[in-house]
Design a binder for this molecule. Structure first.
Ligand SMILES: *Cc1c(COP(=O)(O)O)cnc(C)c1O
Length: 366
């Protein structure tokens, strides 16, 4: 069977180094907020090209903490509105509503699956304080029009960079373009820990200091609490694993592009809509998402041929039980995306035979 994502095989590449890293942490006797985290934060800030990087417990917390910090700083107030793509993963929306902010869903662009800048302005009200743009599937979602809108209406631009580590727009790495960005290192992400982990990147020193306190009970100095904070820290052992894996991320991106480019050039089936790539460097292929009317049929056919696929995502956030208050809203493009998308196997460790097999079987589907 061709697996959607073989995490064991991915981490096996770094087995020796990961074991050395784990032993180092075990032997150190220091497990939370220590040298490994400090090193990772420096490495990751350098990778993104930002002044600050703060390790946190996961990607959802990274985004939650950004909004929480803006509220603490009085830049955003409870019940203010945040624009978010209607087709994002639910975590983007949870980060907004958990802070008692209002998500304003905007239908995405049907070709890129990312926020459609031409639809943002009509969603802006006097309550709008931020845009949470999501680099979905690994592709940059920012453009000049979006930046101009943020400037014109004085909106904070927050990047959900959970799927886009290392993607580039105009020489800048995702996570360094907006005012702040949340990153996830969930095991299945392009830069994955061996458990949960996340980070915030920003060039804003005040925001960075606020989040540094908020992730640690609202405290910068032990037993002195300046905010009502959370416990959302990145463990030493995960930071040590991430220090290993970060060294190989550029190589991984090239491997992912190798698979994606093969698919793009060789999948030839008129029923299938292939992903649109705006700029080669702007996409790091967290997911290779095709669209097809007979999606469920294709998924069953692939499964019967030993190919595992997934759907990202089957239900839009506003149609989830968790968000009944937004169920009446209708987003035609989002709904179409959720009915038609299918994610093909793609990882840096896929071999040529597997890629060819997926392609051949897809080309035979009628
Ligand atoms: C994975 C993901 C998150 C949440 O990250 P976790 O580390 O799983 O909490 C947020 N946004 C998007 C787009 C994601 O894919």
């Amino acid at each position: 069977m061709i697996k959607f994502l073989d995490l064991h095989k991915i981490n096996l590449q770094f087995e020796q180094e990961l074991k050395v890293a784990a032993n180092r942490v075990i032997d150190s006797g220091w497990y939370v907020m220590g040298k490994e985290l400090e090193t990772f934060e420096q490495n990751y800030a350098e990778f993104c090209g930002t002044k600050f990087s703060l390790g946190v417990a996961n990607g959802l917390d990274a985004l939650r903490l950004i909004f929480k910090a803006y509220i603490e700083l009085g830049i955003i107030n409870r019940k203010d509105e945040v624009i978010v793509p209607a087709n994002t993963y639910i975590a983007s929306v949870l980060a907004i509503t958990d802070n008692d902010l209002i998500p304003v869903f905007v239908d995405p662009n049907i070709n890129t699956y990312n926020l459609d800048s031409s639809r943002i302005e009509e969603a802006i009200t006097p309550k709008t304080k931020a845009i949470l743009t999501v680099h979905l599937y690994g592709q940059n979602s920012i453009n000049d029009q979006m930046l101009a809108i943020c400037k014109k209406y004085d909106l904070k631009l927050v990047e959900d960079s959970a799927q886009s580590h290392g993607a580039i727009w105009k020489e800048k790495v995702m996570g360094s373009i907006g005012d702040a960005a949340g990153h996830s290192f969930y095991p299945g992400k392009n830069l994955g820990a061996l458990g949960d982990a996340g980070a915030v990147t920003t060039n804003d020193e005040t925001l960075s200091k606020t989040i540094e306190a908020l992730r640690n009970y609202g405290s910068l100095n032990k037993y002195e609490n300046i905010f009502k904070g959370l416990n959302s820290r990145l463990d030493e052992i995960q930071a040590a694993f991430l220090n290993v894996k970060l060294k190989y991320i550029q190589k991984d991106i090239l491997e992912r592009r190798r698979v994606a480019n093969y698919y793009l050039q060789n999948i030839k089936n008129s029923a299938i809509i292939m992903p649109s790539v705006i700029e080669e460097k702007g996409h790091v292929w967290h997911l290779f998402v095709i669209r097809i009317k007979k999606r469920d049929e294709l998924q069953t056919y692939l499964k019967n041929n030993g190919i595992q696929t997934l759907i990202h995502y089957p239900i839009p956030p506003n149609k989830q039980n968790a968000y009944k208050e937004y169920a009446h809203l209708s987003f035609p493009i989002t709904e179409r995306i959720h009915d038609e998308v299918l994610s093909l196997p793609l990882s840096p460790v896929m071999n040529v035979n597997e890629i060819e097999e997926v392609t051949e079987i897809l080309n035979l589907f009628t």
